[in-house]
Write a protein that binds this ligand. Structure first.
Ligand code: FAD
Length: 333
């Protein structure tokens, strides 16, 4: 492998049912920033069937080129055809950096590709920078989130990393941006297609996406019980907010994992994040500290959450939340 042969940044533009996932736009935005600093191009890879029309959006967020593989083999995500398609494009185009969203699909695809390419992978990066030696500095939490490790792949190409949704900021969409759309054909080895999609069943449960909420009322162990969460729900209802939580309450079975904020939950960046009875462990902060305005309610004035809070209320949440809800309801009446 000659490192000098590898140029530019490739982003896997994940789409599901014809909808490009936000993480793809976030990664293209970041890739644009990185590529500009080394004078290189950003190439998005769009796979699926009947998805050509999505390419222009990827250009609007910063891609110079979109490689589109539009064929029945890629209609739904199945590991092998997707891995073959991207592997083919990476070995043919030789990008020096490959970025993949750390979604359920990306977490399946990324390691498979890195094993085939023998290039390594840094998963769940929280920061990506180009170093002075032009290597990609991939930073991620290590040792249970107590340390941030910056990992560099000096010997291998491409340098590959996954980034969770919501971690990188999406650039403003510029529909005047110009780029190239290239349709590509993948030489599939169908003898390796061992998995067939027989049926898709979408879970009927109406799952919320807390990463989309403008206001989050988040509860931790201090909330105590299901009754405690009802106080958060009442406040959320009058503030047009969603309820989220720390891992402690997910582990206690009081709220679903889809509402967990933090290193092993979701990364959120709402306009207002209200942390109620959350101590502010580093693994929790990793998922919410970039929120625009943080309000913390905690009865311990030394709780670490106050170090990231814009407004801190020292007191019992079980008293403060009903008072706040009543006040807002009165103002709205
Ligand atoms: P605690 O730390 O127990 O804090 C409860 C707080 O409530 C205290 O500060 C207390 O003063 C306050 N309180 C109690 N009663 C009241 C009251 N009546 N009114 C006001 N305040 C009150 N955690 C996450 O949240 N998200 C993650 O994604 C995550 N990932 C992890 C990954 C790893 C590898 C590890 C090791 C840990 C992870 N954790 C995560 C767990 C994390 O370390 C903490 O244990 C967890 O965040 C603590 O949750 P908490 O703040 O709700 O509870």
């Amino acid at each position: 492998m000659n490192k000098a042969d590898y140029k530019g940044i490739m982003v896997f533009a994940e789409q599901r049912d014809g909808v490009v996932q936000n993480v793809a736009f976030e990664l293209i935005s970041k890739a644009r920033e990185l590529a500009d600093s080394i004078n290189e191009q950003v190439t998005a890879v769009l796979l699926g069937e009947g998805i050509k029309g999505l390419a222009n959006d990827l250009i609007a967020y910063g891609a110079d080129k979109v490689l589109v593989a539009d064929c029945p083999e890629l209609k739904d995500y199945i590991t092998e055809p997707y891995a073959q398609a991207i592997y083919h494009l990476i070995t043919e185009r030789k990008p020096e950096i490959v970025l993949v969203g750390a979604t359920t699909i990306g977490r399946d695809l990324g390691p498979r590709l890195s094993a085939r390419l023998v290039c390594g992978l840094t998963a769940d990066c929280t920061s990506l920078e180009i170093g002075e030696d032009r290597n990609l500095q991939m930073t991620r939490p290590a040792f249970g989130g107590n340390l941030m490790a910056t990992i560099v792949s000096k010997e291998h190409r491409p340098q590959m990393s996954t980034v969770r949704p919501g971690v990188m900021r999406m650039a403003a969409k510029d529909t005047n941006r110009k780029g190239e759309v290239e349709e590509v054909t993948i030489p599939f080895d169908k003898s390796k297609f061992a998995v067939k999609l027989v049926k898709k069943e979408i879970e009927a449960k109406n799952k919320v996406d807390i990463t989309e909420a403008n206001v989050l009322i988040s509860g931790g162990r201090g909330v105590g019980s299901k009754d405690g969460f009802e106080k958060l729900e009442a406040l959320a209802l009058c503030m047009d907010a969603e309820v989220s939580s720390s891992r402690a309450m997910v582990d206690a079975g009081l709220i679903g994992h889809e509402r967990q904020v933090g290193q092993t939950g979701k990364t959120v960046r709402p306009d207002i994040y209200m942390a109620c009875g959350i101590s502010g462990a580093i693994q929790h902060l990793a998922g919410m500290e970039d929120s625009d305005y943080i309000i913390a309610i905690n009865k311990d004035k030394y709780a670490p959450i106050f170090q990231v809070a814009d407004l801190g209320l020292v007191g019992d949440l079980h008293k403060i939340l009903p008072l706040l809800t009543a006040k807002i309801q009165k103002a709205q009446a």
